[in-house]
Design a protein around this ligand. Sequence first.
Ligand code: ARG
Length: 592
Amino acid sequence: MKRLTDILEQRISKAIGTVTGQDCPALVKVSADAKFGDYQANGVMAAAKKAKTNPRQLAEQIVAALDVSDICQPPEIAGPGFINLRLKEQFLANRLLEMNTDKQRLGIEKKQNPKTVVVDYSGPNIAKQMHVGHLRSTIIGDCIARLYEFEGHTVIRQNHIGDWGLQFGMLIAYIEFRSKLALEGKVVGVIPNSLSDSEEFYIEAKKLFDTDENFQERSREATLGLHSGDKTWLGRWELLVAHSKKHYQEIYKELNVTLTDKDVCGESFYADKLAEVVETLKQNNLAVESDDAMCVFPEGFQNKDGNPLPFIIQKTDGAFLYATTDLAALRFRIQELKADKVIYVTDARQAQHFQMLFAVVNMAGWTNDAIELMHVTFGTMLGEDNKPFKTRTGGTVKLKDLLEEAVQRATAVVEEKNPDLSAKQKTEIAKAVGIGAVKYADYSNNRNSDYIFSFDKMLAMEGNTAPYMQYAYARIKSIERKAAGKDVDVENELANIKTLTFTDDAEKDLAKMLIRYDQAIDAAASECRPNFLTGYLYDLAQSFSRFYNACPVLKADNADQRRLRLLLCELTARTIQHGMSELLGINVVEQM
Ligand code: ARG
């Protein structure tokens, strides 16, 4: 079914056009205060200004020219020219019935003009375990990808892993070095057998690199060898990559994140395109030599002293940089992947890098106004001491350990709440609750704010948390189970509803919340803000609580009333389930 706000927007804009002869948006929004109605149009004031007329009078003319009688009661005008709209019960009832018939999408249509959207997220650096620094990009990016996909766009996930560069040269040189040590019987094991081996090797290699000039030289040779496709070096490097890939795929699975192996398109993928990128920019006189490096100077970027800031694309020794790879990658995404929109998800510290990247790509003519380039930034995860999140000893927190602890702590919550469940059920629930809590806590914050990572807060049963939402869902499911115990065939009853009659305000309030799900999704998708979705889900759960306190379901006055109330229960459950598991990737459970 068509989005309600779209229908209202269209009709009111049309009425504005009829009256003023001008093109003006109606600006339809959900009313902030239900006292004034359910929706309001705020566009009349601007239209009056444009038409140089009195806004209140204009509002009256617009209302006279407007037909929304199939949806709303007669519109009311308030203040300087707001148009307030109150939904008719019949309209509300029909929407619920339509939602009821569409189990998969709750009646929400796909967007008319689907786009190709590239979402670049996660991007861990290989040969190291994923740490909390990659958590936010991974899960925020995943929610964005899921949102756009649900809206009907073609989403191309890109995992731009860090798998190229000097540190890998150093590592593979160390593997070579280690084989000599092994021959002398000084170490056991030459090849890293796991990611933690790689990490240990990395520490050793770095020590050597910092103290031994010969090793430094060899590392550079190894990097060069790798970059020119030498088989021996490449073989060693491939080993490292394989261990890392396996590791982060496990983490993605644990996090219920949709990234797969085929979404990996790391820095190494662009290696053979870098020279040509630099060459093209040079030929177009965009790249110039400055302080011995190849630089592009996009307009409007300055350093602290007010001098033009360079976007460095090649160092004197010929080495390419992170920036060069990103230029090649963005060009590839636009030209080969045919992206209409490219979304990058990284922390705010990379803001300037992406601003400059977009500016340079624009200078090069590789993008145009129809293509939207977006950097989605986020703040820092803080510990309870308000400082960047670290282990007790000050080290970086490994994601694997963090998730393990979350599940462990959730087990205690489940144990307390429902000790009678079977061990298998407890394990399943603890996993959903623990991982869900970590993800939901992140999603429910404004992504640009820093937030304090607190297990106690995220696992609380009160407030806007995953366990609260999961519990809200499980509670509705238990109502349905109870109904079945009383010989009410819920599925059958809901399948055969043709009409609905409201008998209580709390029913209508909940119904109005339910039909707004599409808007929450649109808002979350267009601004890449998962908190718009969690905020909606929380409001919905609270609206459900008010309804459930006011309106007995199984002890309703009659069969019609019971049926409507059962439908409200079921649609609330389905909405929560959809939002949580389809869009946020957080599992819900049937009981808790
Ligand atoms: N590997 C990078 C990091 O750890 C993130 C990559 C982001 N994507 C990009 N196209 N630059 O910071």
